[in-house]
Design a protein around this ligand. Structure first.
Ligand code: 26W
Length: 833
């Protein structure tokens, strides 16, 4: 071997790739031909999709490198969005849109005999999230890239995403979602940036050279974190940000058996245990389950991501951390990554020799926390015992944070033991628990809720003590959705009509939709609006026929509720209304009913008994109603299996009535409500979450409001008497009687007893019976407007026109103005503060 072998080798940068669609198509053709699967000529659309994705990825990578270089040369402050979930859905169409191939790709591919739509539909959803919180993270990334904010996502590359849902005998069946089987053409693995994450072991304290005590974390079981990077393009602006997803890999100790000498099988099993960390997404969206593997996932993400940021800092600045706080922000997506607080302390103190106060100053100047739920069962707590076994060094740090924090509490409320116990990061009891939300609040300079009402309720309720201590930390950031995916890409027909009418500015400035308002008065425009929506409804009808075997009349009122199945979201209230409509049709009470097609979809957490039973009720009601010849197409009901991002892309553009009917005070914000509104659906909803702001924007007359307010809900709970309500309401009594008669469960007696009992229970937290009458009345008002197509179309247009506030572009501007303070960085030059 020659002694002058260079230590690093690199090719010169390649020439820039053409942004002509024909060149893109030729590159895809080349990728396809050079893959053996392509040569084999099996004709699987998945291969053609991958080929096109690789041709696009090359173009993304060019821009990604330019963006990173621009951020580095500007020495810009950066923010990192830490999230256990990124619900990205499909990527192909989004990349085509953002890179400017939206119109040109299909014709260019057609010249080669390929239909773009087939490729788009071949892509599996990246379902790395449960629902709202995960999809919000994905919309945030899109908006940050579009606004040219230097924000990077950090998450986990689950081998299995959200389970696939099938319905068998009216029951949910979960199937594993091996979304990576066909490979993931968008990601780039970067083994060079592998990090090492430690678990278990013990700690020792020894004096260092200066005589200061230093902690050593020893005897650990380590796991490697390998990053897989996914490019996130901005909208036609040359910016490409990154999403870094970590994959767990066993260390060489496992492979080579130094650690397990002589015990091959145990060594391989141990390797499995290590790699299991990133195997599967936990499918719970509202109740924490305390499983050790989940805590491993959380720490794995926090540790790998913070090590990554700190390592890059050290590579540039050495051990000088004096400007670290000025240059970095960490946004915690709920408490799931809140191990980041003690982990950053550990890295700074144990690995970089900072003292406590300096490290704490850095943590509390860089960390911000977003809360996404008020439900007490969703608030994360980890048993001190479990936490200490798995992360002994972190537990010591949590104790120290708590001790110092309680000193501050004591100063503010002297000798108040109740106050100390209430605010302590440790909940005492037979099995002491760490309150992760409190840890996140204490470690953060900003705490935000996700809609105005939610943020107020946090201040008044859940976090009232902390608000009293640090009022300045608390703020609101109302959620949004990206209009590029949810309007421009999902609803090309409407986008075209809007563009012809008011121009295309809304793609990057959603407020521009306001200009549609006067056109609501134009009969010709209303007709064009209806034509577009009618085509969208045809498309959805075809999907419903195919997936549910139910035929929807595209002229019917499409009444839709799609979201995770949860009691607080009250799919039950929806189905009670359906049964009520069915009874009226059977009785002939409705002479001239408005034809309705009711669509319900969503996944239940596998261990959530009531949610699963609600799915069964929906399916059984659908079966009976659709099978009743006398009803015909005046009422149709379908449960859509496997609701996911790509399903919503077809559903939202075709929905007339958007069901947002949670018990007031329970839905933190909602984001489905915004996707529907943007696409011209009218909302029937309670004063909950962002519904309140939606109604404010669109006006009371264009929103079907009903139900108790959050305050009234609390008040009603004290003397709630559902039996009396049922007795006094003949319609509700008839609905309950029909369900109780076994009409919907002839061969399965007792099937719906748990549901009936829940509704009749004075302890029912969701107050289903209390809101029934108001809901039925609001539905009748919606039907009455529907009878007048001109009036309903006007409302539809005005909803789209008023949806400007609900763009994540606005949300991200707000985060940046109040929390992050990042400059915008344009890779084409210019950096603006
Ligand atoms: C610990 C298990 C777990 C997992 C996820 C508990 C709670 C969650 C999330 C809080 C569930 C979620 O997605 N919350 C939703 O977040 C959206 C984005 O802010 C809001 O729009 C929804 O109202 C909120 O329910």
């Amino acid at each position: 071997m020659s002694t002058d072998t260079p230590r690093s080798v690199r090719f010169p940068d390649p020439d820039p790739l053409s942004m002509e669609a024909d060149a893109l198509a030729q590159d895809a053709r080349r990728y396809y031909g050079h893959e053996w699967a392509g040569d084999a000529g099996g004709g699987d659309p998945l291969d053609a999709y991958r080929a096109l994705a690789l041709a696009l990825r090359d173009r993304l990578v060019e821009r990604w490198r330019a963006t990173s270089a621009a951020v580095a040369s500007a020495d810009a402050r950066q923010a990192y969005y830490l999230s256990l979930e990124f619900l990205m859905g499909r990527t192909l169409n989004n990349v085509l849109l953002n890179l400017g191939f939206a119109e040109s790709a299909d014709p260019a591919l057609r010249k080669l005999g390929v239909a773009l739509e087939t490729l788009i539909d071949a892509e599996p959803d990246a379902g790395l999230g449960n629902g709202g919180l995960g999809r919000l993270a994905a919309c945030f990334l899109d908006s940050c890239a579009t606004l040219q904010l230097p924000v990077t996502g950090y998450g986990i590359r689950y081998e299995y995403g959200m389970f696939r849902q099938r319905i068998e005998h009216a029951r949910q069946v979960e199937e594993p979602d091996h979304w990576l089987r066909g490979g993931n053409p968008w990601e780039i693995e970067r083994p060079a940036d592998t990090r090492r994450v430690r678990f278990r072991g013990y700690t020792e304290f020894r004096p260092d050279a200066k005589g200061r005590m230093r902690a050593a974390w020893l005897g650990t079981e380590d796991v490697l974190a390998v990053p897989c990077d996914v490019p996130v393009p901005g909208y036609r602006n040359e910016t490409v940000n990154g999403l870094r997803l970590w994959r767990a890999l066993a260390t060489d100790e496992f492979n080579l058996g130094e650690f397990n000498a002589g015990s091959y099988t145990e060594s391989v099993a141990a390797k499995n245990a290590a790699e299991n960390i990133t195997m599967v997404l936990y499918p719970n969206d509202a109740s924490e389950n305390g499983k050790e593997l989940r805590l491993r996932q959380q720490y794995f993400l926090a540790s790998a991501s913070l090590q990554d940021v700190v390592a890059r800092w050290v590579a540039r600045h050495g051990s000088d951390f004096s400007r670290f706080a000025e240059k970095n922000r960490f946004q915690l997506n709920d408490t799931h990554p809140s191990c980041a607080v003690p982990e950053l302390m550990r890295i700074l103190m144990d690995e970089h020799d900072l003292d406590w106060d300096t490290a704490w100053e850095i943590v509390t100047r860089t960390t911000a926390y977003t809360n996404h739920t008020l439900l007490p069962e969703a608030l994360e707590k980890w048993s001190v015992r479990l936490f200490g076994q798995l992360l002994p060094r972190l537990l010591e740090i949590v104790y120290e944070i708590n001790a110092r924090f309680l000193t501050e509490v004591e100063r503010r409320w002297p000798a108040d033991h109740e106050q100390l116990a209430r605010m302590s990061l440790i909940e005492e009891g037979p099995e002491p628990q760490i309150r992760m939300a409190y840890l996140a609040i204490v470690g953060s300079f900003s705490v935000n809720g996700v809609a105005a009402l939610h943020s107020d309720l946090l201040k008044q309720g859940l976090f009232a003590d902390f608000h009293a201590l640090w009022p300045e930390k608390f703020n609101n950031k109302t959620n949004g959705v990206t209009q590029r995916r949810w309007l421009v890409a999902a609803n090309p027909g409407l986008s075209k009509l809007v563009t012809e009418t008011i121009g295309d500015a809304f793609a990057t400035n959603l407020d521009a939709l306001r200009a549609l308002r006067p056109h609501a008065e134009d009969a010709g425009f209303r007709q064009a609006w209806r034509r577009v929506r009618r085509a969208n409804k045809d498309r959805l009808s075809a999907v419903v026929r195919q997936c549910c075997g139910v035929s929807f009349d595209p002229d019917a009122l499409f009444d839709v509720q799609v979201k995770r199945i949860h009691e607080y979201k009250r799919q039950l209230l929806n189905i009670l209304h359906v049964v009520h409509l069915y009874l009226r049709l059977k009785d002939g009470a409705d002479r001239d009913p408005v034809p309705r097609a009711v669509l319900i979809g969503g996944k239940a957490a596998p261990g959530y008994f009531m949610a699963k039973r609600i799915i069964t009720l929906v399916c059984k009601v659908a079966e009976m109603v659709n099978g009743d010849r006398r009803i015909g197409d005046r009422l149709r009901v379908a449960f859509l299996p496997n609701y996911r991002v790509s399903a919503m892309e077809v559903i939202a553009p075709a929905t007339d009535l958007s069901e947002q009917i949670s018990t007031a005070g329970k839905e933190a914000s909602g984001t489905g409500n915004m996707k529907f509104m943007m696409n011209g659906a009218v909302t029937i909803g309670t004063l909950d979450g962002a519904n309140i702001e939606i109604r404010e924007e669109v006006g009371d007359e264009n929103f079907f409001l009903f139900g108790l307010t959050a305050t009234e809900v609390e008040e009603t709970r004290r003397h709630y008497d559902p039996e009396a309500i049922i007795r006094q309401d003949a319609d509700l009594a008839a609905v309950m009687a029909l369900i109780e008669s076994g009409f919907f469960n002839r061969f399965e007696p007792g099937l719906f007893d748990p549901i009936v009992q829940a509704i009749r229970n004075p302890q029912d937290p969701w107050l289903v019976a209390a809101d029934f009458r108001a809901f039925v009345d609001a539905q009748a008002r919606a039907a009455a407007v529907w009878r007048d197509p001109e009036a309903f179309t006007r409302m539809s247009i005005l909803n789209t026109a008023a949806s400007g506030k609900f763009s994540t572009d606005r949300t991200m501007r707000d985060y940046n103005a109040d929390i992050w303070g990042l400059p915008t960085v344009d890779p084409r030059g210019r950096t603006r503060p």
